[in-house]
Design a protein around this ligand. Structure first.
Ligand code: CP
Length: 305
C-alpha cells in the first residue's frame, strides 16, 4: 500500500507515468468512467478548501466511485478531542482511500502510519501540498511541453506558501530549471528550502524583491497569495498583502508565451484584467487538478484501465 505525503514519494519515472495517465484521462474520459465503481473516497478536511476537496470529490465521481467526508474539524469528532490517529483508523473501516488536509505539519504522515488505506496529504500546515504540485507539473508539461529547461518565477508568500515548497522540491529533479524567488524580505523562502534543497543540490536560483525586474526572463510565473491564516499578527498581514499585484501593464514586460499560474484562491495578487490574457492559465490549472487527482486515485488503488 502506498500513501502520498510529498511529491518526492514518486520517482521522476513514476511521475511521468502519472502525468501521462492524467493526459489520457483528459483525452478519453469515458474510458475511465467506471474504473472505481464500488470504491469510496473519504475527504477529511480540518481546514477550509474549495479546489482540493471538490476536485478530489469530482475526480472520484468521474471514476464512478463514491465520496464521503467532513469539511472542517468542527464538524467532526476532532472537536470532541479525537486524535488524527484514531480518526483514520475509523475512516479505514468506511472508505478505500482518504485525502486529508490539516493545519498541523505532519498530520497526514501521522495518519498514514495508522491507516490501512492509502492516505493522500491534501495540505499540511505550511509544509507540503503534493497534489497541488502534481497539478502544477501537469499544467506546465501540458501547456509548455516540458518540465526541463525552464526559468520559473515564484512570487509572493514564499515563507508560508506550501505549494511553493512542494513545487521547488519537485522541479529540482528536472534538468536546467532556474528559480527566481520574488518576495518581500519578511516572506522569503524558509532556510531549509534554501540550504537543504536549492544549495545542497547546486540549483541555480536568485532572490529578488521587484517583480518587474524578473518578468522578461520568465517562462512561468507562479503567483501566490499571502497566507493570512498563518500570520501571528494581523498588522503584518495588512502591510504585506498587496505587496505584489500582477497587472496588464506588468504583463507587457513578459515573454509572449510566459504562463501565469496560481494555485488559487486569488485575493488581490492578480488583477482580474489579466484573466483574459491568453497567458493566464490559472483556471485551466484548476481543471488539470481533476485529471491528475483521477490519475492519482487510480495509481494508489492499483487500478489499471
Ligand atoms: N489550491 C488550493 O489548495 O485551493 P483550496 O485551498 O481551495 O483547496
Amino acid at each position: 500500500m502506498r500513501h502520498l505525503m510529498s511529491p518526492l514519494d514518486f520517482s521522476v519515472e513514476e511521475l511521468d507515468k502519472l502525468l501521462d495517465l492524467a493526459n489520457d484521462i483528459e483525452k478519453y474520459p469515458e474510458k475511465y468512467a467506471h474504473a472505481c465503481a464500488g470504491k469510496k473516497l473519504a475527504t477529511c478536511f480540518y481546514e477550509p478548501s474549495t479546489r482540493t476537496r471538490l476536485s478530489f470529490e469530482a475526480a472520484m465521481l468521474n471514476l464512478g466511485g463514491s465520496v464521503l467526508g467532513f469539511h472542517s474539524g468542527d464538524s467532526s469528532s476532532a472537536s470532541k478531542g479525537e486524535s488524527v490517529s484514531d480518526t483514520i483508523r475509523v475512516i479505514s473501516c468506511y472508505a478505500d482511500i482518504c485525502a486529508m488536509r490539516h493545519p498541523k505539519e505532519g498530520a497526514a504522515l501521522v495518519a498514514s502510519s495508522k491507516s490501512s488505506i492509502p492516505v493522500i496529504n491534501a495540505g499540511d500546515g505550511g509544509h507540503q501540498h503534493p497534489t497541488q504540485t502534481l497539478t502544477d507539473l501537469l499544467t506546465i508539461r501540458s501547456l509548455k511541453g516540458r518540465l526541463d529547461n525552464i526559468t520559473i518565477g515564484l512570487c509572493g508568500d514564499l515563507k508560508f506558501g506550501r505549494t511553493v515548497h512542494s513545487l521547488i522540491n519537485a522541479l529540482i529533479r528536472y534538468e536546467n530549471v532556474k528559480f527566481v524567488l520574488i518576495s518581500p524580505e519578511e516572506l522569503r523562502i524558509p532556510d531549509y528550502i534554501r540550504e537543504d534543497v536549492l544549495k545542497a543540490n547546486n540549483i541555480e536560483y536568485v532572490e529578488m524583491e521587484h517583480l518587474e525586474d524578473a518578468m522578461p526572463e520568465l517562462d512561468v510565473l507562479y503567483m501566490t497569495r499571502v497566507q493570512r491564516e498563518r500570520f501571528f499578527n494581523e498588522e503584518d498581514y495588512i502591510r504585506l498583502k498587496d505587496f505584489y499585484i500582477l497587472t496588464k501593464s506588468k504583463m507587457e514586460l513578459a515573454k509572449d508565451d510566459m504562463l501565469v499560474l496560481h494555485p488559487l484562491p486569488r485575493v488581490n495578487e492578480i488583477s482580474v484584467e489579466v484573466d483574459d490574457d491568453p497567458r493566464a492559465a490559472y483556471f485551466k490549472q484548476a481543471q488539470y487538478g481533476v485529471y491528475v487527482r483521477m490519475a492519482l486515485i487510480l495509481t494508489l488503488l492499483g487500478i489499471e484501465v
